[in-house]
Design a protein around this ligand. Structure first.
Ligand SMILES: [Zn+2]
Length: 431
């Protein structure tokens, strides 16, 4: 299978030099980029299976959503304006107790529709009924990093065995699915439980995904209980020695930042969720300053309330400017890098998130003549992230396959998904 995208107005490679190619082409064979450059006339395209002419469009690597609970789309708008613990304990957890496997399947598909349409080509998901999430990923053409969320009191040893089995089973089932072990957080998992998870991570070479230091309440609780900050507590039990993606990291001291840097942990910065739940502003500028790999995440749709990564990126950037009262912080290029290759690195994924030869062919095409805010064309990337919205996403390619073609989904039926999601969300309240 080969695909040529030609006459692309501008290619943003997102490589370390932030190289751009004017009027360029990308040639894909199977799931990888085989050639990229500025003059496709030199290519022999006689045997190309499919050609896209991309005049008036720019190309970027697909966006990476480093932290979400996709099926929570079913709870969008159900419980707003509450503190995290009240929101979880009184609203979300009781409703989640009613979820069936099929609810999770359809809720995940609703989230995937929204993510693909906003340019997301990879997401990292921590939830339950993850077999159903994997099915939705396979059907949709998406790429994902999946792990069953583990809360010790609910899941215990049985849950841990299931999480391991899921991770091992799905590691090789699809080249678009990677797996992780996902302890929920240091305040819901004891050191002994976490040590068991770390041991399995080491034995079977499976990375970790965990919420860390999301709220001041968690920070104070862990500090009081273990006499260490959450990051230092996790260092003490050896967690950072494993490849880990830590979500949130809002409350950190200087030593914590040094630890995350030293162990090459990935961090998911979830600005909108942290804002909506009043959790605080993560020290992202400082983390980047110490060389930590930071990506962006939406978190679940009931604490955001959407999975739109363009909106997330804009908020993420502006929030750092507000925090430091300095407009130079988290600039456009760095934000775009976090949205793409930085996100892939934060998830410990190889050969992803940069448009270059032999990298995975996850590519989005963006129409730059569609909205009023596309004009004038001083800077198309600025127009996209600082002025644009997801309506500008025209075509989405994942693993070399077109999954959305000029706004049309090739593997999903939006009408059916919307109907099922609506029906299942209203039934959840009746259970
Ligand atoms: Zn989360």
């Amino acid at each position: 299978m080969s695909l040529l995208i030609k006459n692309i107005s501008e290619i943003y490679t997102m490589d370390k030099d932030f190289r751009k190619i004017q009027n360029g082409f990308i040639y894909i064979e199977n799931n990888k980029i085989k050639n990229i450059g500025s003059d496709h006339a030199e290519l022999n395209t006689d045997n190309t299976d499919h050609i896209i002419s991309a005049e008036g469009k720019i190309a970027l690597p697909g966006f990476v959503n480093c932290h979400t609970h996709t099926a929570m789309t079913l709870m969008r708008g159900y419980a707003d304006d509450l503190p995290l613990q009240t929101w979880l304990e009184e609203k979300i957890w009781p409703l989640e107790a009613n979820l069936s496997a099929k609810d999770v399947y359809w809720g995940t598909l609703l989230g995937i529709l929204e993510m693909i349409s906003s340019g997301v080509t990879t997401f990292c998901d921590m939830y339950f009924f993850m077999d159903q999430v994997a099915e939705a990923v396979k059907k949709s053409g998406m790429r994902a990093v999946l792990g069953i969320g583990l809360i010790e009191e609910q899941d215990g040893e049985k849950g841990l065995n299931e999480a391991l089995e899921f991770a091992l089973n799905h590691q090789s089932q699809s080249e678009r699915i990677s797996t992780v072990l996902s302890p929920h957080a240091p305040y819901t998992c004891s050191p002994a439980y976490l040590c068991d998870i770390i041991g399995l991570s080491k034995e079977y070479n499976i990375p970790l995904n965990i919420h860390v230091s999301e709220t001041k309440k968690e920070y104070d609780y862990i500090k009081k209980k273990y006499n260490r900050t959450p990051v230092q507590h996790l260092e003490n039990i050896g967690l950072w020695e494993r490849p880990t993606t830590a979500a949130h990291c809002v409350h950190l001291d200087e030593k914590d930042i040094g630890i995350l840097s030293k162990y090459e942990a990935g961090v998911s910065y979830n600005a909108q969720s942290n804002m909506k739940l009043g959790s605080g502003i993560a020290p992202i500028t400082e983390l980047i300053g110490e060389g930590v790999n930071v990506g962006l995440g939406t978190d679940g749709a009931s604490s955001n309330n959407n999975l739109d990564m363009i909106e997330e990126a804009r908020t993420a950037s502006y929030l750092q400017k507000v925090k430091h009262e300095d407009p130079t912080k988290l600039n456009l290029e760095k934000t775009a890098q976090m949205l793409t290759g930085g996100g892939a690195m934060a998830l410990h994924l190889q050969n992803l998130g940069i448009l270059k030869k032999n990298y995975l062919a996850d590519i989005i095409l963006i129409d730059i003549n569609k909205e009023f805010t596309d004009y004038p064309h001083h800077n198309n990337l600025s127009n996209l992230l600082y002025a644009g919205n997801r309506n500008k996403i025209d075509t989405v390619i994942i693993n070399g396959n077109i999954v959305m073609d000029q706004g049309d989904f090739l593997f999903l039926e939006p009408d059916r998904i919307l109907k099922e999601a609506e029906m299942r969300a209203s039934n959840l309240l009746k259970k």
